[in-house]
Design a protein around this ligand. Sequence first.
Ligand SMILES: C[S@@+](CC[C@H](N)C(=O)[O-])C[C@H]1O[C@@H](n2cnc3c(N)ncnc32)[C@H](O)[C@@H]1O
Length: 373
Amino acid sequence: MYLVASNEKNRDANSVFRRELLHGGGLDKCAAYLQRIFGDSLNGARVIDYGCGRGNWALAFLQAGAKQVLAIDAVDDNVQRLHDYCSSHGIDGIDVVHGDLLRQNITAEKADIVWLYGVMHHVGRPLALLQSLRDMAPGKAAQFYVYGNDAGSLRHFTVDTARQLYPHPNEEAFRAESIPLTRDTRRRARDDLIVPHLDWYGATEFAELLSGAGLEPIAQAEGFEIFQNGRRNQEFQPHEALCRGVPAEGAILWSEPERGYGDDLCVLSAMAREVNFAVTDKSARIQVALGLMNTHFSHLSSDTSGAKATLEIFLYLLHVLDVHGGLEQTEGLAADFVALAEAALSDAPRKHLAAASHPSNLARHLRENMIRL
Ligand SMILES: C[S@@+](CC[C@H](N)C(=O)[O-])C[C@H]1O[C@@H](n2cnc3c(N)ncnc32)[C@H](O)[C@@H]1O
């Protein structure tokens, strides 16, 4: 039984969490991850799970040894669902509160741990949010786990491009339009395209937000994905910082994650600009946005470097330009790569072409291989 969405925010949250139900096995993994991060300091801790969503982390904190969890979310349907779950499962260590620190104060006992997972990039004023959370856990030993999307990642490119082509879909439209997508893509596209606000942070910006709120990173968490799957995926490496209040012993410098496709992103961005000009019809733009998401997310499983997805995205954008008559209009870097790709399609000599000496992996691939569209 689900509540009917009653406002914009509920509608967006319901699109994400309506079918994302809580499962015991999933909670066990979350609890094991929390134990890995916080160790014994979890025992008897008071925790704030801010932007708790369906509440999996709040429940996992309790399971992992926390004494009390304050789970806060700005969306009342999320709050109601978690509240109902706790009531029906006899769980009484979680206080579920409907609230938004950017609009109101929330009075609570001082927390030992603040968990801000998957939330910061959705709020318009992240610094103000971090400052308010810092005030709710003022103790010297308080710990803060702060997660933020990574700017400059391949996922950042794809999601931003898709959001530009298909801005602000509503859930009903998206459900119908996303039918051709694979399941993984559909779930990601639903989360990343429907959500009204989505930011991405470079390492410097992320570190400045932390220090502006009086927080210092003391450890780079391995991340839940890596904890679960045992491998780092360069396509998306969110900033996940375990912090303490300033001054923090053992503070670390925050740095950009390692990525091997920086030069390729320049090429993809140039191609995306051409696609943006060439495809003007609204329904065609939606098709391209969803096709781009499909291409990206269906080429990740066997490749952690992002190289396969990068190549496939390039070929996809080339195909879109081909279909929409945009190949002849391309300029600059995109035109150079279109020429190189045309030569690779017919296996013509190409070492002399401008793009052949570009430092990207894409250039090397197109120089050394034949391609098919
Ligand atoms: C991507 S979800 C993450 C949910 C949960 N932390 C998780 O990891 O599954 C973002 C959540 O933050 C909530 N949220 C967004 N802005 C908020 C704000 N200003 N105050 C409180 N909650 C907010 C949303 O309602 C949503 O539940």
